[in-house]
Design a protein around this ligand. Structure first.
Ligand code: HEM
Length: 456
């Protein structure tokens, strides 16, 4: 039985007021708090945030231990309880055997070959979006944060439900967005009104939930009655999930499971990608030399053709490097939390059972022990044989790691490559104001003010 660590666990010297712990420093400026803790503590630090004991690790090897090697000791942290009200019991919020089965069923839909079918949808939605941008008055500053939210929402709805969204896309995406927004707001709010109270925002949540459920269940019913051909099934995610069969048991997903996975994929897949695209545009406006090199690659590969080739990964390597480097500096999922089931050892220290372990991609990605000049935007780090290849595998974890690695990582990279290539193919752009934009860590790592760009 282990009750004490062989070494005392480092606790910040300025531990704050006894009850508030480090909550204030974190509420005030979480990224600054994390960065100064990394400078002060080499390996791990014990924090009290919001009355909970939390243990943040700094080394890639320890991140690997928590996310991969000893992952069975860790479950979803209490934060996911809040998300469950909105997302149901899908891949993001579930745990244990149920999660394992769902992951087994959903994984094949995200295989590279299957994603190639979705690339067509991404390309045509992006082309429509670019046509709309071209209709705007020239030189009018465009709020890129909002523009990317719109297009990623359309892409995720279309890749999920295919042609069944015809005529319903706006209503559906607004309702899904309301669910997503309310989940985020509730997660960040210290005061949570019970969901059964008839407040205006609870009513809005109920209405949005009813609309989403009605749409999804109607589509599922129609497709169960008139099954699509194999080809049609392959052209959207819902079709792939509907036909997914557990290899061990032969079971398929129930209607409720399908509904929960669809809402989860929408929620996990839309804001993360949009935020990351906005950061990428911001970084490019700050680095005209890199933007020029990117445009040269896109121009030489696409020439006069309107759309990128279906194998964008291989055809546009520098475009991918730009995106990977943007995800290093501004990882949308800036912190990951896990609930420790049993005591765990991190070198001489113990993470006690019942406490929360924290891994921060933002901190790992800016660690000078892993990255030279870590604050600099340099896509060459991701060139073959570059710095990324030399670094520890867990020094770069924008999509997490271990068995709970983001299921949509290839989907997101492909979507971002398509969006970026088609955008720089059509437009020259520059930043509208010289104001420095800083990251604001909400559920995702958002820019602290909208990113505007001017297109010509
Ligand atoms: C730039 C875009 C994205 C980023 C940075 C990102 C990041 C992440 C991270 C870090 C995790 C792991 C969380 C943890 O371990 O606690 C995760 C999980 C997940 N992501 Fe993503 N994601 C992105 C895009 C997407 C897309 C496009 C989809 C779906 C279409 C998606 C679906 C999911 C799902 C379902 C999970 C839960 C997986 C599981 O636990 O089995 N993500 N994502």
């Amino acid at each position: 039985m282990e009750t004490v660590a062989t070494s005392p666990l480092p606790v910040p010297r300025r531990a704050g007021l006894p009850i508030l712990g480090n909550t204030l420093a974190f509420l005030y400026n979480p990224l600054k708090a994390l960065r100064s803790l990394r400078q002060e503590y080499e390996r791990i630090v014990h924090l009290q945030i919001g009355g909970r004991n939390q243990y943040l690790v700094f080394n890639p090897e320890d991140a690997k231990h928590i996310l991969q090697e000893n992952h069975r000791n860790y479950g979803r942290s209490p934060a996911f309880e809040v998300l469950r009200i909105f997302l149901g019991n899908g891949l993001l919020t579930s745990d244990g055997d149920f999660w394992r089965r769902q992951r087994r069923l959903a994984q094949p839909a995200f295989h590279r070959q299957k994603l190639a079918a979705l690339a067509e949808t991404m390309i045509s939605e992006t082309a429509d979006w670019i046509d709309e941008l071209q209709q705007l008055p020239p030189h009018k500053p465009i709020n890129m944060s909002q523009a990317f939210m719109d297009v990623t929402m359309r892409i995720v709805c279309k890749t999920l439900f295919g042609s069944d969204t015809a005529g319903k896309l706006t209503g559906l995406s607004q309702a899904l967005d309301t669910l997503n927004y309310m989940a985020n707001r509730r997660l960040l709010s210290p005061i949570r009104v019970p969901m059964h109270w008839k407040t205006p925002s609870n009513n809005r949540f109920r209405q949005a939930g009813q609309l989403v459920d009605m749409f999804i269940y109607e589509v599922i019913n129609a497709r169960r009655k008139n099954p699509l051909t194999e080809n049609e099934q392959r052209s959207d995610l819902l079709g792939m999930l509907l036909s997914a069969e557990d290899e061990e048991t032969g079971e398929r997903m129930s209607d409720k499971q399908l509904r929960d996975e669809c809402v989860t994929l929408f929620s996990a897949g839309h804001e993360t990608t949009a935020v990351s695209m906005a950061w990428t545009i911001y970084l490019l406006t700050q680095h005209p030399d890199i933007l020029l090199r990117l445009q040269t690659e896109v121009q030489s590969v696409l020439g006069d053709s309107r759309v990128p080739p279906s194998d964008v990964f291989r055809a546009l390597p520098y475009t991918l490097q730009v995106i990977q480097e943007s995800l290093r500096l501004y990882p949308p999922a800036w912190i990951m939390s896990r609930l420790a089931h049993q005591n765990d050892h991190i070198g001489p220290y113990i993470i006690p059972a019942g406490s929360t372990a924290l891994v921060s991609p933002y901190i790992l990605h800016r660690n000078p022990a892993s990255w030279s000049d870590p604050e600099r935007f340099n896509p060459d780090r991701f060139a073959p044989g570059g710095e990324k290849d030399q670094a520890h595998a867990y020094a770069y974890v924008p999509f997490g790691g271990g068995p709970r690695l983001c299921i949509g990582n290839q989907f997101a990279l492909m979507e971002m490559q398509i969006l970026l290539a088609m955008l720089v193919r059509k437009f020259r752009f520059s930043q509208v104001s010289s104001q420095v934009i800083n990251p604001k860590p909400l559920i995702t790592l958002r820019p602290n003010r909208p990113i505007y760009a001017q297109f010509t």
